[in-house]
Design a protein. Structure first.
Lengths: 769, 184
């Protein structure tokens, strides 16, 4: 059965009337507020923290420093990376001996009132002997770090590739190369980070709202830190005002808040303000790439070679080396690359740590590689689309396993005909008309340009558990380890169960990542909810349906194959009038008369889906820009994305994911950056200073979802769509700007701020030396 | 402490408040109106938008004492306040439009967006797309790319989906194998 794809999401009503279940809506009589005291210094030895004055403020329940905390382990990395030891680079929940970035937590205050907590936090006196900050990853590479026990600033290198790269460059007819910096971004979800932790006096358990991304993992780490069994914590589902990868990673503040609730035995709420968010929520993206490619005279790429430095900030965050691994592993994008090498060095500095922000690694590597492709096109005298088409694998060449691994798994290009996708994309958007329109505008003296980017995406990773059950009233419940981060997980997972059980999605209740309903769960990241959790739900729902059919067959004395489950009833094909409601079947399935040995009573089934490898769909981004050459301002005037989605579960939501991603990507391409001054002090301290796209900055965004190649690796055929919209945006916009300005040189950095654009114009117009 | 008296979502309330208490905190913490949310507290995101005497304001930028004597409408009182009857489950036309046009994802910007839209349409019942985009410039959305929010405002203005633009939810497919052509 197919579900009407355009029904409103299950989440929408409560959110539109102001009844969203964000953690801050939780009301408790014993609520107290936590405020973190942060380092104002980028790098130094922590000489002392004097809390006396703060502790004396009326209404303050406690002021705590590292000395008060358990001597527990630092914040661990969730994903290990073979050959790299992250241990020396991990962050303690509160600074002990050293501070390593502005915003690092050094103490915290708990008070009855949020205003009082903030006032008292200002009275905590932090003494630091300053050290010079390290702010450039490339310059830091090769040095050692006194404030990390003398370990090298280079944490490690992800080095991947295959083939004879050096030989190919020796033989090359044309070599193109460029260097590119990508700015320091952050996801900036509209809801700040925060957590509400209740203390249940009856059971001594801690109830946690607001763990947005990987609640099971966070629960286990927090439990270890507190030295209690995992089950002492109950992570509850909440609505979340956006994650994009950064919200819900385990942060120091999460440990502090739960610790405070268990210590003070009352409800503690921590909510950061936007300045703290900018200082201490994961940053992202900042990389320097040095890339070159070798071509034959016909424009066939024979080798691609990239070396990059990732400025990881002060500590290795929970995702370990994932950003580097995705940068390196997916650097070749969709192309046929006979010899390939990509190395990414992770280097610590004195800035906020970086994490995985929507399309980690790919926003950067697509920009570097696709800008290089445009440069190659100019050098080879080919059009940008032609140079791409010559190097894209056709349907005959796929599926193709690249001779390399990514996260230890083989990299199987399962997305079908990349050449065909791009050809269809060019026709679908009418690319000829774009280039013609830009050409006409330029002939009128306007700086209009168009750019494209061919991308390889990836989705689905790891495993997820689901339990689907029907109760005796006929109610369907889905419990799954994924979380809602505002992307509509509830709706998509309800659809996955509803289509199998033949009920409307509105009749399905979805319980997301409640650690009391499941024993384990993955979480929400890497565009995996539909692929991995959706499949787990689908499989569990099939088992429930089959069990319902078997039970009905026993009652109706029919063959199970003849029983159809639809609209909440089961009936035999041959006697459709005699309908058994699902609720009655749930009752019967638990009754001794209908229960067979070995069967679990009731209509319930569990399923785990583990994605054996990621799915790698193709996509293309197209941008048109106009540059105001007097002030260097870029405006995106037209945008289109094509994407192979495999199969769409809910069209409105899928489109929304792409459109929203494009908007964020345009922000990253044009405005977003988190610069530091020479003392390591962040220059962006408020929402006002971190320019994100506004409604008036954006054009309409065309989205074309192709369903040509269902994913072979999961029964739904879905490919995930969360990151497709942002992954190629930096690349497409940069190529469009280069076209608008008719540059022969590449652009040096993203974002393309007015200063960067003006410098590019100046360099273009400077007399050749 | 200062005594204030005001009307919030149709109910008269009075309280003693600290002079520095922000209106948004007053609404959330004292009155339990948690539907109004905080995104930045520096008047730059619009998440906290409410109506004060019929006009939209950012409630993180207003002190509770400044609202003394005022009539405040929050997202929680919008349906009851306007033309809709306010019966349970009843939506204000702007809420309905956001619903209809998939104009929300995480929903965190939504209360503010809806309040701002209601004000915008009261001022200018038939705005152009440009006027809509300008009119919403004080409200950030990090999820949707604004595309469907603009559609929702048009929908609310016209009582129907406005332009079947290529990016809109009702986007026509180009070529076989795209969603509309290929989906089973
Ligand atoms: S919270 Fe008021 S404008 Fe952002
Ligand atoms: S829907 Fe998430 S910020 Fe707008």
């Amino acid at each position: 059965m197919t579900v009407d794809q355009e029904f409103s999401r299950l989440e929408d009503h409560r959110l539109a009337v102001g009844r969203g279940r964000f953690h801050e809506s939780v009301r408790r009589a014993d609520l107290a507020h936590l405020r973190v005291v942060r380092s104002a210094v980028a790098h130094g030895r922590l000489d002392g923290v004097d809390v006396a004055e703060a502790a004396a403020v009326p209404g303050v329940l406690g002021v705590f420093t590292a000395a008060d905390l358990p001597d527990g382990p630092p914040i661990p990395a969730r994903q290990p990376s073979p050959g790299i030891d992250f241990t020396p680079y991990l962050q303690p929940p509160l600074a002990r001996e050293w501070v390593r970035h502005v915003g690092e937590p050094v103490a915290f205050v708990v008070a009855e009132d949020a205003y009082v907590a903030e006032d008292a936090a200002r009275l905590v006196d932090v003494a630091i002997s300053e050290l010079p900050p390290v702010l450039d990853a490339r310059r830091a590479d090769g040095t050692t770090v006194e404030s990390l026990a003398g370990v090298p600033a280079r944490v490690g290198t992800i080095d991947t590739g295959y083939g004879d790269v050096a030989g190919a460059f020796d033989q090359a007819a044309t070599v193109v190369e460029l260097e590119l910096d990508t700015g320091r971004h952050s996801a900036m979800p509209l809801e700040n980070r925060g957590l509400t932790v209740g203390f249940d006096h009856d059971t001594e358990r801690l109830v946690v709202w607001g763990a947005a991304k990987v609640p099971f993992w966070n629960r286990n780490v927090i439990a270890r830190y507190l030295g209690v069994p995992d089950d002492r914590l109950h992570m509850r589902e909440s609505d979340v005002g956006g994650s994009f990868g950064i919200r819900g990673e385990l942060y120091a503040e999460d440990l502090l808040t739960v610790w405070a609730a268990s210590r003070l035995r009352r409800t503690i709420r921590w909510v950061e303000d936007r300045e703290e968010h900018l200082l201490a929520a994961n940053h992202a993206r900042q990389q320097h790439h040095r890339v070159r490619a070798a071509f034959t005279p016909e424009g066939r790429m024979t080798a691609l070679d990239d070396e990059a430095w990732l400025d990881t900030g002060a500590y290795i965050r929970t995702h370990g080396a994932v950003v580097a691994a995705l940068t390196a592993g997916m650097f070749a994008g969709p192309y046929r690359v006979p010899a390939f090498r990509s190395q990414v060095h992770l280097v610590v500095t004195n800035k906020m740590g970086v994490g995985t922000y929507r399309a980690p690694g790919r926003f950067q590597n697509n920009a570097a590689r696709e800008h290089l492709m445009d440069l190659a096109a100019s050098r080879l005298g080919l059009s940008p689309e032609e140079v791409r088409l010559r190097n894209l694998p056709t349907g005959e060449e796929t599926p193709d396993a690249r001779p390399m691994r990514i996260f230890g798994a083989p990299m199987l290009l399962d997305g079908g005909d990349h050449h065909g996708h791009v050809t269809k994309a060019l026709a679908t958007v009418g690319w000829d008309t774009w280039t013609a329109r830009a050409g006409r505008a330029r002939s009128e003296g306007r700086a209009v340009g168009v750019g494209m980017a061919a991308i390889l995406e990836k989705a689905g990773l790891g495993h997820e558990n689901a339990v689907v059950s029907v109760d005796t009233s006929g109610g369907v419940r889905v419990a799954v380890g994924s979380t809602s981060v505002g992307q509509g997980a509830e709706t998509v997972l309800a659809i996955a169960a509803a289509e199998v059980l033949g009920v409307p999605p509105q009749a399905v209740r979805v319980v997301l990542s409640d650690t009391d309903t499941l024993h384990d769960g993955g979480g929400t990241f890497a565009s995996r909810t539909t692929v991995v959790a959706g499949t787990a739900v689908h499989q569990a729902a099939e088992q429930v349906r089959d069990r319902a059919a078997r039970t009905a067959a026993r009652i109706l004395q029919a063959e199970p194959e003849d029983v159809v489950v639809r609209d909440g009833f089961a009936a035999s094909r041959h006697a459709p009038k005699r309908q058994l409601p699902l609720g009655a079947l749930a009752q019967a399935a638990a009754a001794p008369g209908f229960l067979r040995p070995g069967e679990e009573p009731g209509l319930i089934a569990r399923s785990t889906f583990s994605a054996p490898t990621m799915t790698y769909p193709p996509g293309v981004h197209f941008a048109e820009v106009e540059v105001d050459t007097d002030i260097g301002e870029v405006r995106v005037t037209r945008y289109a994305v094509t994407y192979e989605i495999g199969r769409t579960m809910h069209e409105g939501m899928a489109r929304g994911q792409v459109t929203g991603g494009v908007a964020q990507g345009i922000g990253g391409a044009l405005y977003e950056d988190l610069p530091y001054d020479a003392d390591g002090v962040p220059l962006v301290r408020s929402q006002r200073d971190y320019r994100v796209p506004l409604a008036r900055d954006l054009p309409d965004i065309e989205v074309h979802l192709f369903e040509d190649v269902p994913a072979p690796g999961n029964p739904l055929g879905v490919r995930g769509v969360g990151e497709a919209g942002i992954a190629g945006a930096g690349a497409a916009v940069m190529n469009a700007v280069r076209d608008a300005l008719q540059l022969t040189a590449p652009l040096p950095r993203l974002p393309l701020t007015q200063a960067t654009v003006l410098r590019a114009i100046r360099d273009r117009d400077a007399p050749a030396r | 402490m200062t005594r204030i008296e005001l009307t919030v979502d149709g109910a008269k309330v009075s309280d003693d408040v600290e002079p520095r208490l922000l209106l948004v905190q007053y609404l959330r913490e004292r009155l339990g109106k948690t539907g109004t949310v905080i995104g930045c507290d520096t008047a730059s995101c619009g998440a906290c938008t409410v109506h004060l005497d019929g006009r939209s304001v950012k409630s993180c930028n207003v002190l509770a004492v400044q609202a003394d004597g005022a009539e405040i409408t929050t997202i929680e009182g919008l349906a009851a306040d306007g033309e809709a009857s306010g019966a349970d489950g009843q939506l204000h036309p702007v809420q309905e439009a956001f619903h209809e046009c998939h104009a929300l994802q995480c929903g965190f910007c939504t209360p503010g967006m809806i309040m701002q839209t209601a004000d915008l349409l009261a001022e200018n019942p038939h705005p152009t797309e440009d006027e809509i985009r300008q009119g919403l410039e004080g409200n950030l959305c990090r999820c949707t790319g604004y595309h469907n929010i603009v559609r929702a405002v048009q929908y609310a203005a016209n009582g129907t989906s406005a332009t079947p633009g290529t990016g809109a939810a009702a986007q026509p497919a180009a070529g076989s194998g795209t969603i509309d052509g290929g989906a089973a």
